[in-house]
Write a protein that binds this ligand. Structure first.
Ligand code: ADP
Ligand code: ZN
Ligand code: ZN
Length: 751
């Protein structure tokens, strides 16, 4: 009798052993059906085959094998196990995160087609559109759905956009419409549906290696240094200022790997960035390039997964975090672009893994190399490069000698004092914006808050609406006319009067991107303004649309959150406004300055065009802070020196390792006592390395009260034991009846 250790999608640690019935042909990496608990059926993944009969329990047999060949490779299983161990997350959670739902469906079902909607041909003129809109006036829900359709698909820009975006019915419904209203539009003959086979979409045409741009001398030198570095180091950092041509160097490296018949994984931290990069890579690599991220439909992801297992996989995969979990066959190179961006780390739910670390592990399994690229390295990475763990290649010149932007600091506290601010805008920013627009150039405004205003307040008594489920004030979204909690997503009606004092004067506090947009429309009525934030980019097409409109010049003033701070390469941007640096600087975290520097340096890097120096207006209330000066002088080395000394002194990463322990419970009293008890348990083993428990700045989210403990671990401490004791403490806590519904989880290397 042989046995199989199986990964199940349950939040329990470890593998589960089942018997393999005689005659059943099962291999590692195949899916199997098994019963678990009270005869519940699960789809599991075989991780190991062996002959050791478990002693202490009766093994059940595998019910059914779902695959003839493995759908998970050995290296994927190894990576899953590493993520589970390192990040202290049940392997079942890794499995759930890694596999597209279509491959998890127990009956093996996966859709081959998706339902798309389009405007009926008879309504495809401006006049006919007006007729349709008039007709729908009495059906407001349908009208709203229809207007959203027009916006999503690009029809509302009739005459400006030649090409419409294809959108699925689900995409429209996901905008908050009912199936009923969408179907009603189809019945009226305004919209029509069609099936489209998905996955079969072949992205690009033939590859064109001749489109690769020859490198400049300094770029060639950096390219050579990277090659040389790879002879000795598995990981190399390419630290190159914005627009130095890092991407062109990547393209040369990718081609080189392809020539050696190796695969390449190119990671970007955000889906928004893959859109522009896709176009750049496709020009060269054509249909050898595949794209993978979570905004793709499940069917498409299943398709790519299976293609990667087939005889003809994509040679280059461009993707966001989750692409590191795809199957590869002969991976030779991983590029982690914008390696400093924190969204590489998954926050919620588990597994809370960092894709950069996972990429380095994955590369190691294949004997592949990892290139980390950025203009502003994370402190950890730069430290690893400076101390010789990673190779380091630096590139300080922009391509064609384009100058780095001129950064001018504006003291908004002083201007407010002198009543010279116009809303969120200084006179200098407005003047430079006007000049740029008049010259036909483009402008970007950066404000790291979405919504209309982060807070509303009763002018009379100071009452502020809070979320019922979270410990935060609510953000006003005026377009939707509602208050929204950015932590749980719950929405509330905007009150017309103050429930505390009955006052009618509710004022908005602070500026979100919506309010910035509103005010700019008043100040620059002729500007073509677009806004890019989470709210305007809920669908994949919306991203593409905003980016392509801006790069084609159909819009000329782009307002955005940190989404616009990275990687996007626009040609005509001459002015960048950073509206408020203080939001970032005042963040209560030891990484605040590092993060603020990166954000500002990256946003600033969007300014500057061929032959003309760009201008950045940096508005802040603290113009004398060293970090502001470091931004102005593009002094990354200075920033690094000051921060690294601080980190060493106060025992923070990269010198010390951090693990956060979170406890959550519906009752604040329970979580309070649980926190204290967890603290004393942990102190038995870790003594003074344990800090807390503390109430985090936001101490309640989604009706769960939170406590947090911090573990600071010195270099050289045995992590195997650390994990063992943490798991043990967790287990002991959960065995206590009082804490049976307590949630405990770990965040390893938190960001
Ligand atoms: P980075 O990735 O460092 O921000 P990019 O690779 O995006 O820089 O380069 C900035 C701009 O300069 C891009 O438009 C790019 O096409 C152009 N560029 C950079 N290097 C070259 C080159 N060797 N030949 C032609 N154009 C280049
Ligand atoms: Zn009031
Ligand atoms: Zn909430």
């Amino acid at each position: 009798m042989s046995y199989a250790d199986i990964i199940l999608p349950v939040p329990l640690t470890g593998l589960f052993t089942y018997a393999v019935p005689d005659g059943m042909s099962v291999g590692i990496g195949m899916r199997v059906l098994v019963t678990f608990g009270r005869s519940k059926t699960y789809l599991g993944i075989v991780a190991r085959l062996h002959n050791d009969k478990p002693k202490d329990y009766q093994v059940k047999p595998i019910s059914q094998v779902m695959d003839a060949t493995p759908i998970i490779t050995d290296n994927q299983l190894k990576l899953w196990q590493w993520i589970a161990d390192y990040y202290m997350s049940p392997i079942g959670e890794v499995y759930k995160a890694a596999l597209p739902s279509g491959l998890k469906a127990e009956d093996g079902y996966r859709p081959r087609t998706e339902l798309y909607i389009q405007l009926s041909p008879k309504f495809r003129s401006e006049q006919a559109l007006h007729v349709a809109i008039d007709m729908l006036q009495r059906a407001p829900k349908q009208l709203k759905a229809f207007l959203d359709y027009l916006e999503l698909s690009g029809w509302d820009q009739l005459g400006q956009t030649e090409e419409q975006f294809e959108i699925t019915r689900d995409e429209l419904i996901n905008q908050g419409h009912t199936l009923q209203s969408v179907n009603a539009l189809v019945q009226r003959g305004v919209l029509e549906t069609y099936d489209k086979e998905v996955g079969r979409l072949n992205f690009g045409g033939d590859p064109h290696p001749e489109h690769i741009k020859p490198l400049s001398d300094v770029q060639q030198e950096a390219f050579n240094q990277i090659q040389f570095s790879f002879l000795q180091k598995n990981v190399t950092l390419l630290h190159g200022v914005t627009s130095s041509g890092k991407t062109e160097i990547y393209i040369h490296l990718i081609q080189q790997a392809l020539d050696k018949h190796q695969q390449v994984l190119y990671l970007l931290p955000e889906i928004a960035l893959t859109v522009q990069m896709m176009q750049r890579l496709q020009r060269v690599f054509g249909n050898r390039l595949g794209i993978y991220h979570s905004k793709y439909s499940d069917a498409e992801r299943v398709e790519i997964w299976q293609k990667q297992l087939s005889k003809h996989p994509y040679d280059v995969i461009l993707g966001a975090r989750s692409a590191v979990l795809l199957p590869f066959q002969n991976l030779g190179l991983i590029i982690v672009d914008e390696e400093h961006v924190t969204s590489y780390k998954q926050q919620d739910p588990a597994p809370r893994y960092h894709a950069r670390s996972a990429a380095i592990m994955l590369a190691q399994m294949y004997g592949a190399k990892t290139l980390l690229g950025t203009a502003t390295p994370s402190l950890e990475t730069y430290h690893n490069a400076k101390t010789g763990k990673y190779g380091l290649v630096e590139l300080f010149q922009r391509y064609k000698g384009i100058q780095l932007p001129d950064i001018q600091v504006v003291d908004i506290k002083d201007l407010q004092h002198r009543k010279m601010m116009n809303g969120a805008f200084s006179p200098l920013l407005l003047a430079k914006t006007r000049e740029a627009l008049e010259r036909g150039e483009q402008v970007i405004y950066f404000q790291n808050r979405r919504g209309y205003a982060p807070m509303i307040e009763c002018k009379q008594c100071g009452w502020v609406p809070h979320c019922q489920h979270c410990d935060v004030s609510l953000t006003l979204h005026r377009n939707m006319n509602q208050l929204t909690c950015h932590y749980c997503g719950y929405t509330y009606q905007v009150p017309t009067e103050c429930p505390a004092c009955g006052g009618h004067d509710l004022i908005t506090k602070g500026y979100g991107t919506e309010k910035i947009e509103d005010q700019l429309r008043d100040i620059f009525p002729e500007a073509r303004i677009a806004r890019m934030d989470l709210d305007t980019t809920r669908t994949r097409n919306a991203y593409e649309r905003i980016i392509s409109d801006f790069s084609a010049g159909r819009t000329n003033l782009l307002i955005g959150t940190q989404m616009i701070s990275k990687g996007l390469d626009f040609d005509k941007v001459s002015v960048v406004g950073i509206l408020n640096a203080d939001n970032m600087l005042n963040y209560p975290d030891f990484r605040a300055y590092e993060q603020a520097y990166m954000m500002m340096a990256q946003v600033a890097g969007r300014a500057g065009r061929k032959g003309k120096q760009g201008l950045v207006i940096l508005q802040t209330k603290s113009p004398t802070l060293p970090v502001i000066q470091q931004v102005v002088q593009n002094d990354y080395a200075g920033l690094y020196r000051s921060l690294i000394a601080e980190r060493q002194h106060f025992h923070y990463p990269p010198y010390y390792r951090l693990i956060y322990v979170y406890l959550k419970h519906r009752s604040d009293a329970v979580v309070e006592s649980a926190g204290i008890e967890m603290g004393s348990r942990l102190r038995q083993w870790f003594s003074a390395r344990v800090l807390g428990p503390d109430k985090p700045a936001i101490a309640k989210v989604k009706s769960l009260s939170i406590r947090k403990l911090v573990l600071k671990l010195e270099p050289g401490i045995g992590m195997v034991d650390v994990r063992k004791y943490l798991a043990l403490a967790q287990q002991q806590m959960l065995q206590d009846k009082r804490y049976s519904s307590l949630q405990i989880y770990f965040d390893v290397d938190p960001l």
